[in-house]
Design a protein around this ligand. Structure first.
Ligand code: ZN
Length: 224
C-alpha cells in the first residue's frame, strides 16, 4: 500500500481528541482527499476533550463538527459523565469498567453514518481496537462488521467502516502516529486522561497508565 497516495474520496472520522482518534484522523488525511472530523458532546465530565478536538482539527485544517448527544447521559449514568461517580482506578475482575457508556460506539458510528450519507460520503473511520479490548464490547471487530451490515440495510447505502487500529496495540498506535508525522502532536495535544489533563495526563487513572505503558513499549520495541 502506498501510504502517500490520497486516492480515496472522502471520509468521516469519529473524533474525540484522544490518542486513538487523532491517529485515525492523521491516517485518514493520508488516504482521503476530503476528511471531516465529527465529535460528540455527551456531557463528558471533561469539556477539555472537546476543546482538544477543536484545537487539533483547527491545527490540521480539517473540517470539524460537534453533535449534541447529551441524551447519552440521561440513559446511562457513568463515571465519564457524572461528577458523583468516580472512575475505577483498577479494572474490575469481572464485568465492564464503570467508565463504559453502553452502546456509545454504536451510537456514534450510527450518527456518523447518517451525517456521512447526507454528504454523499461512504467511509467512516473509527479508532476502536480489539487488541486492547478491556471490557468494551462495541470495540470488537465482529461488532463493527455487524454494524456495517446493519447500516447498509438501514439506509440502503454502502458504507465502509475503516478501523486502522483494530489489530494493533498501543505501542504500534504510537508507531503509526510517528509514521504519519504526528508523534509530537499526539503526545502533547491529545487528551485521554479520565481526569481531564492533556498530554501525559494525571499518570494515575487507568487511561493514563495504559497510555504510558504503550509509549514505553513503543520506545522499547523500536529503540527510540
Ligand atoms: Zn489520567
Amino acid at each position: 500500500m502506498n501510504m502517500n497516495t490520497r486516492n480515496k474520496e472522502a471520509a468521516v472520522v469519529v473524533f474525540s481528541g484522544g490518542q486513538d482518534s487523532t491517529t485515525c484522523l492523521l491516517w485518514a488525511m493520508k488516504h482521503y482527499r476530503e476528511v471531516v472530523a465529527l465529535s460528540f458532546d455527551y456531557g463528558q465530565r471533561h469539556r477539555a476533550e472537546l476543546d482538544c478536538a477543536r484545537e487539533i482539527a483547527n491545527e490540521l485544517q480539517v473540517e470539524w463538527h460537534v453533535l449534541d448527544m447529551s441524551l447519552l447521559n440521561q440513559l446511562t449514568p457513568n463515571s465519564l459523565t457524572r461528577e458523583d461517580i468516580s472512575v475505577d482506578e483498577e479494572a474490575p475482575d469481572e464485568g465492564t469498567p464503570n467508565s463504559v457508556v453502553d452502546g456509545r460506539n454504536m451510537l456514534f458510528l450510527t450518527f456518523a453514518a447518517v451525517f456521512a450519507k447526507q454528504r454523499g460520503i461512504t467511509d467512516l473511520i473509527t479508532g476502536v481496537s480489539q487488541s486492547d479490548f478491556s471490557g468494551y464490547p462495541d470495540c470488537r471487530d465482529v461488532f463493527v462488521k455487524s454494524l456495517n451490515a446493519t447500516l447498509n440495510l438501514a439506509m440502503d447505502y454502502t458504507f465502509c467502516i475503516e478501523t486502522p487500529l483494530m489489530w494493533i496495540d498501543k505501542a504500534d498506535t504510537w508507531k503509526l502516529a510517528e509514521e504519519l508525522g504526528g508523534l509530537d502532536l499526539v503526545r502533547t495535544r491529545t487528551l485521554t486522561c479520565y481526569n481531564g489533563i492533556k498530554g501525559d495526563g494525571c499518570g494515575r487513572c487507568p487511561s493514563c497508565r495504559l497510555r504510558r505503558q504503550g509509549y514505553e513499549e513503543f520506545v522499547r520495541r523500536y529503540g527510540k
